[in-house]
Design a protein around this ligand. Sequence first.
Ligand SMILES: [Zn+2]
Length: 96
Amino acid sequence: MISAMAEPKKGDEFKPGDMCSRSGIYRVVHDVEHKIEHEVTVIHGKPFPPCRHCGQHPRFILERAAQHILSNEWFSEPPPSNRYRTVSVRGQRPPK
Ligand SMILES: [Zn+2]
């Protein structure tokens, strides 16, 4: 079991239901009778999901941590205090 306080690092292992605290590329190890290992991108803030085939069996092993783009200061939504800098980022306008 990984301490919730520790920053996940390469090689750390998680199971379905564990909270993903670090976005990145994870190697998934399924039940040997289901599927060979493969890699997935997991976004932090949600629990690792169970497999639709082998349930709670999969283990998610952090291969490479990578910040989610919306967590990056230059790509995230501006905080409410910055709303006066009105820039139409999404190009959304009210319909007429
Ligand atoms: Zn599976």
